[in-house]
Write a protein that binds this ligand. Sequence first.
Ligand code: ZN
Length: 173
Amino acid sequence: MALLPIYTAPDPLLKTISKPVEEVNDDIRKLVDDMFETMYDAPGIGLAAIQVGVQKRVLVVDIVGKGRDDEAPQPLALINPEITWVSDDDAVYEEGCLSVPEHYADVARPAEIEVNYLDLSGARKSLSADGLLSTCIQHEIDHLEGILFLDHLSGLKRNMILRKLLKQKKIAS
Ligand code: ZN
């Protein structure tokens, strides 16, 4: 396993659309392993392949996380995920993103979803999710379309955060 570099906004790569995985092979399973390691190390509860510079429709989530005594980790890898149903009611969570470090904002999304995906053996699966898992999966699927949680905010708030991120990058380089 290896830690992968995380791309941060406003990197143009994060605005691109990821490509479907044609075959779930060892390369994809290696990518998923590395993504889990990178996500747990960050630490975060979700990561899309585009955030580590790989333009493929692959994402990993674990809303429990690693290293907690009270609950076992719940790693979940979704390949070529597609939302097939959303509830009428919304839920609001304060979201953050490993590609938007140190900024958080409330985002409203459908409270419940159903999603189809391929698992690590290439088998077609479907999943119903609510609560934080629903929000997390929707946030990650957005990444595959080049959408950040910032894009759900008002233009004013989004530009304020992007300007701060640019300033941080300039100081760092
Ligand atoms: Zn994110």
